[in-house]
Design a protein around this ligand. Structure first.
Ligand code: PMP
Length: 411
C-alpha cells in the first residue's frame, strides 16, 4: 500500500473537480496528456504577470528574469534526468519535434545508402514516420525488431535484428498502447556493442519513473512536458554533447546564429544552436515547476503507486467476460490498459463511458502498424496517473459492465 496521500494530491489538480455529464470526472486519459497541478498553472500566470520578456537579448530587468527562468528550467531538466551538461538539453515542442530533429540532423550525419535503421513494431508514429522519411532520403533500410506474443521485446530479438549495417536504433521506453516497459539499459549495451547509436522515445516513461540518461547510456532521449504535469508545447531532447556538437541545425533564424553575412552564416554554441527563434519561455518555466512537483512526490513513489493501481485495474478488468486486454501481464507493464469489449466498438464504448463522466481514449493511438499486429482497427485505453484512485477503477469496471449489458440487449 502506498504511503502517498492521494486525496491531497488530487486537491492539487483543480480540473479533477469538474462534473461531466452530471458525474464527477474520472480522468483516465493521462497517456494522451496529463492534468496540471495548481502550482504549474500558477507559475504560468506568475511568469506572464512578473517575468515576461524575450530571452537572451534584453539587458533590462525583465529580460534577465525571463532568461533566468528559461535557463533555470534547462538546469532543472538536466538535473531531473541526470544529464552531464546543460548543453545536452535542447528545448523542443515535444517528443515529436525532438525525434524529428534527431532523424534529420543526426540521421543526415551518420546514415548512408544501404545502412539500416532499426525500430520496433510497437512505435508511436512519432518514432516511426521520421525514420521512414530518413530511410527514403538516404536510400537506407528501415527494419523492425519483432515483438513477442505478449507484446514485449526480448534481448535476443534485438541482438538478432542488429547487423553491421545498423546505424541507429530507436525505441520507445514505454509503449503507449501495450504498456510494455523496455529494458533500455540492456538494449543500449547491445546496440553500442554493434557500433550503432541508441535513440529513446521517453514520452510515456518520464512522467512515471526515474529516468537517468547516464545510467541508461542512450545517445538521445526525447520527451514531452504535457504528459508529466507540465504545459503543452514544451518538451526536450537530451543528446550526448559530443554528438550534438557534430550535428547541423535544421531550423535557422534568430538566436541560433553567431555571425550572419550576405551569403553565409555561422552558428552559436549548444544548446542555442538548435533553438532558432523566440523559444518556449513560459512553457519551459511551467515544465520546471512540474518537475519540482513530481520530485517532491518522488518518482519511485509514483511508479510504485501506479503499479499498485495497474495491478488492481488489470485484475478487475480481466474478470469482465468478453473484455480482452492487449500487452503483457500487470507486473511487466506501466500504468495503462488497452482493451476491447466484445460487441462494442471502442468509439461507442468511449462515448458510453463519457456519459458516466469517465474519460478514456479510443482509436489507433497513433500506432497503426501496432494495431495491425494486434489484428484490431482500434482499441480503447484507460491510462492512470498519480491522481487516480482504486475507487475510480471500480467506477470504470461498473460502467464497462453496464455498457456491455446495454449493447448486448436485444431490441
Ligand atoms: N511517443 C509516444 C510513445 C507517445 O505516447 C506520444 C504521445 N502520444 C508521442 C511519442 C508524441 O508526443 P507529442 O505529441 O507530445 O510530441
Amino acid at each position: 500500500m502506498t504511503n502517498l496521500n492521494i486525496e491531497k494530491i488530487r486537491n492539487d489538480f483543480p480540473i479533477l473537480s469538474e462534473v461531466i455529464n452530471d458525474r464527477p470526472l474520472v480522468y483516465l486519459d493521462s497517456s494522451a496528456t496529463s492534468q496540471k497541478p495548481k502550482c504549474v498553472i500558477d507559475k504560468t500566470v506568475e511568469y506572464y504577470t512578473h517575468m515576461n520578456a524575450n530571452v537572451h537579448r534584453g539587458v533590462h530587468t525583465l529580460g534577465t528574469r525571463a532568461t533566468d527562468g528559461y535557463e533555470g528550467a534547462r538546469e532543472t531538466v538536466r538535473n531531473f534526468i541526470n544529464a552531464k551538461y546543460f548543453e545536452e538539453i535542447i528545448f523542443t515542442r515535444g517528443t515529436t519535434t525532438a525525434i524529428n530533429l534527431v532523424a534529420h540532423s543526426f540521421g543526415d550525419l551518420v546514415v548512408e545508402s544501404g545502412d539500416e535503421i532499426l525500430i520496433t513494431e510497437m512505435e508511436h508514429h512519432a518514432n516511426l514516420v521520421p525514420w521512414q522519411q530518413l530511410a527514403k532520403r538516404k536510400g537506407a533500410i528501415l527494419k523492425y525488431i519483432p515483438l513477442n506474443a505478449d507484446g514485449t521485446i526480448s534481448i535476443e530479438s534485438v541482438e538478432a535484428s542488429l547487423s553491421d549495417k545498423t546505424k541507429i536504433v530507436s525505441m520507445t521506453h514505454v509503449s503507449n498502447v501495450l504498456g510494455t516497459i523496455n529494458d533500455i539499459k540492456a538494449i543500449t549495451e547491445k546496440v553500442h556493442a554493434r557500433g550503432a547509436y541508441m535513440v529513446v522515445d521517453g514520452a510515456q516513461s518520464i512522467p512515471h519513473m526515474k529516468v537517468d540518461v547516464q545510467d541508461l547510456g542512450c545517445d538521445f532521449f526525447a520527451f514531452s512536458g504535457h504528459k508529466m504535469c507540465g504545459p503543452t508545447g514544451i518538451g526536450a531532447l537530451y543528446g550526448k554533447k559530443a554528438l550534438l556538437d557534430k550535428m547541423e541545425p535544421i531550423e535557422f533564424g534568430g538566436d541560433m546564429i553567431d555571425f550572419v553575412g550576405l551569403q553565409d552564416s555561422t552558428w552559436t554554441e549548444l544548446p542555442t544552436k538548435f533553438e532558432a527563434g523566440t523559444p518556449l519561455i513560459a512553457e519551459a518555466v511551467g515544465l520546471a515547476e512540474a518537475i519540482k512537483y513530481l520530485e517532491a512526490i518522488g518518482m519511485d513513489n509514483i511508479l510504485e503507486y501506479e503499479h499498485e493501481l495497474t495491478a488492481y485495474a488489470y485484475e478487475q478488468m480481466s474478470a469482465i467476460e468478453g473484455l480482452e486486454i492487449y500487452g503483457p501481464t500487470a507486473d511487466k507493464r506501466a500504468g495503462l490498459i488497452t482493451f476491447n469489449l466484445e460487441g462494442v466498438h471502442p468509439h461507442d464504448l468511449a462515448t458510453a463511458l463519457d456519459s458516466h463522466g469517465i474519460a478514456v481514449r479510443a482509436g489507433h493511438h497513433c500506432a497503426q502498424p501496432l494495431m495491425k499486429w494486434l489484428g484490431q482497427s482500434s482499441t480503447a485505453r484507460a491510462s492512470f496517473y498519480i491522481y487516480n484512485t482504486k475507487e475510480e477503477i471500480d467506477q470504470l469496471v461498473t460502467s464497462l459492465k453496464e455498457t456491455k449489458e446495454f449493447f448486448s440487449y436485444e431490441f
